[in-house]
Design a protein around this ligand. Structure first.
Ligand SMILES: [Zn+2]
Length: 189
């Protein structure tokens, strides 16, 4: 356990980048309702799907270490400590994946599709990922990426990338950056 980050609400209920505690949650609900064949009434709830994004009001970044459950913001256990206590690392890497893992590699959705194919949910939701280019090699696609992610050590940054990669990962360079300045409470914006 890192000193200065006790496992209490104040430790994780903050922006992972600027440590501001001014947060906003955007929650979208989708309801799936059963339709009564006689009256057409759509009432009985079959399923409710909730999607929540927590955002920092000071630096406007999304907070992938936080989510909403039962009307309360809760930490994502496997992420929060690493992200809040960590520092940004920038990796230049390639991920070689099966072409079936990429829905489309051209057009406006190509970058998202290649990012998801290479790094899954972490690539699209947690990391800042920039697809530099991609190359086809028979049934394989080699995706060249620049990735910014938060970790406490270089080893941890490598582990996180390896865990996220949905194919063969090769890291060409990995550099630790300095953390963006912490948000001072009461600072004017
Ligand atoms: Zn922030």
């Amino acid at each position: 356990m890192n000193e200065g980050f006790p496992e209490e609400r104040g430790a994780w209920l903050r922006c992972y980048r600027c440590w501001s505690q001014r947060l906003e949650a955007q929650v979208h609900y989708d309801e799936i309702l059963k339709v009564d064949p006689e009256t057409g009434e759509a009432a009985d709830r079959v399923e409710e799907i909730q999607e929540a994004v927590v955002q920092c009001l000071d630096c406007m970044h999304d907070q992938p270490h936080l989510t909403v459950a039962d009307g309360r913001v809760v930490p994502v256990e496997e992420r929060w400590e690493r992200m809040v206590a960590g520092r940004p690392f920038v990796a230049s890497c390639t991920v070689t994946i099966d072409q079936d893992q990429v829905e489309t590699c051209s057009g406006p959705d190509a970058a998202d599709s290649l990012t998801f194919g290479a790094l899954g949910d972490s690539g699209t939701r947690e990391f800042f990922t920039h697809v530099r280019f991609h190359k086809h090699d028979d049934d394989l696609i080699v995706v060249h990426l620049l990735v910014e992610l938060y970790a406490r050590t270089e080893e941890e940054a490598i582990d996180v990338l390896e865990e996220a990669a949905r194919g063969t990962l090769e890291i060409t360079s990995l550099a630790e950056e300095s953390r963006p300045p912490a948000h001072a409470p009461g600072e004017a914006h």
